[in-house]
Design a protein around this ligand. Structure first.
Ligand SMILES: NC(=O)c1ccc[n+]([C@@H]2O[C@H](COP(=O)([O-])OP(=O)(O)OC[C@H]3O[C@@H](n4cnc5c(N)ncnc54)[C@H](OP(=O)(O)O)[C@@H]3O)[C@@H](O)[C@H]2O)c1
Length: 307
């Protein structure tokens, strides 16, 4: 990459924005997505909107059978109908699941555990401006970004043999160091952006830990840069208003998710942290390296939460 390209990447803004995507896309190999996914089954959480919907649309266009895993029956059905009309036909299906509710996740596991699942995309996400605690007592972002996805992935481990799991993390994660106590905290001062970024850091660690522990499943984490979605407009209205002309389209934000799901060259590749189809440094800031034992604490706590 040219010196100017490297300087722009270092600026963060012109790395995560649409100009960054266009610059990075010059190195993409079109053959990577010249694939036929007929007969492959993909599950995408939070697929009724934003990046999840763009991911579902792209996987359908490549021929996959796509299951939209959505928490709202109405929003999910509307997305399914639109995607079916747009060419997905009878290859697009809806399962209603709330990732913040273990019983709902277990029902989803029961639905798919006896089938082969080629791709599982953990995309569902939220950023709250005030603390929300789930019925079983966890911060909502921790439940939706970590506990639910972990439960779903462990439940589907057999079905995923030979498949790929993708955690959609965030560039915001790169500002945070894994802190298991913070993931569990339900009292005291609350900053939604920090709480969100903490769970996104934990997703990167979780993906790496699962990938190392499970030889039969490739578990990746990625971040999408900054894309113009309803979630960003609702959760970060000032950031959205300020950066809108620079934001990526949802399809650009979803590009690396689709690439990780579909690229044949990645068959057999072990998981990593990715951005714009390249391995990315998850520890740009040295202070974000985990303290000794913190990764093991995360995995032990997630195991306990499975019950
Ligand atoms: N857009 C960006 O620039 C950006 C940047 C970094 C990371 N990300 C990550 O990318 C992912 C998608 O973000 P987005 O911008 O596309 O957001 P979005 O437009 O708000 O979409 C989020 C999706 O997650 C679903 N969801 C939320 N809580 C759920 C739950 N408890 N159970 C099941 N589904 C749930 C939402 O469902 P409802 O429609 O029913 O609410 C929606 O379908 C998130 O993980 C986000 O952290 C996005």
């Amino acid at each position: 990459m040219s010196l100017i390209g490297r300087l722009l990447d270092h600026s963060v803004v012109f790395d995560f924005d649409r100009t960054g995507f266009r610059r990075h896309a010059r190195a993409f190999d079109p053959a990577d997505l010249a694939v036929d996914l007929s007969g492959r089954r993909a599950l995408v959480t939070g697929a009724n909107a934003g990046l999840g919907r763009a991911t579902a649309e792209a996987l359908l266009a490549l021929g996959a059978e796509v299951h939209l895993l959505c928490r709202s029956a109405e929003r999910g059905a509307a997305a399914r109908e639109a995607l079916a009309r747009a060419g997905g036909g009878d290859r697009v299906h809806l399962t209603v699941v709330d990732l913040g509710d273990p019983a709902s996740v277990d029902a989803c596991v029961a639905r798919f555990a006896a089938q082969r699942v080629d791709v599982l995309v953990h995309n569902a996400g939220l950023l709250n401006d005030a603390r929300v605690v789930t019925a079983d007592g966890w911060p909502q972002e921790t439940a939706v970004h970590l506990l639910g996805p972990y439960r779903l992935t462990v439940g589907l481990r057999g079905a995923l043999a030979g498949g790929r799991v993708i955690f959609v993390s965030s560039g915001g994660a790169l500002t945070q160091r894994l802190d298991v106590d913070a993931l569990q905290r339900t009292t005291g001062p609350y900053d939604g952006v920090v709480a969100y970024a903490q769970t996104k850091r934990a997703q990167i660690v979780l993906a790496a830990e699962l990938d190392a522990a499970w030889p039969e499943v490739a578990v990746h984490a990625m971040h999408p840069g900054w894309a113009d979605t309803g979630g960003v407009a609702r959760s970060l209205p000032r950031f959205h208003a300020l950066t809108r002309p620079l934001l990526r389209t949802p399809a650009q934000g979803a590009d690396t998710i689709v690439w990780l799901a579909a690229c044949p060259r990645l068959a057999g590749a072990r998981g990593d942290f990715w951005f714009d189809r390249r391995p990315a440094d998850a520890y740009r800031l040295a202070r974000t390296r985990e303290a000794p034992g913190e990764r093991a604490r995360l995995m032990a706590w997630l195991g306990e939460c499975l019950g």
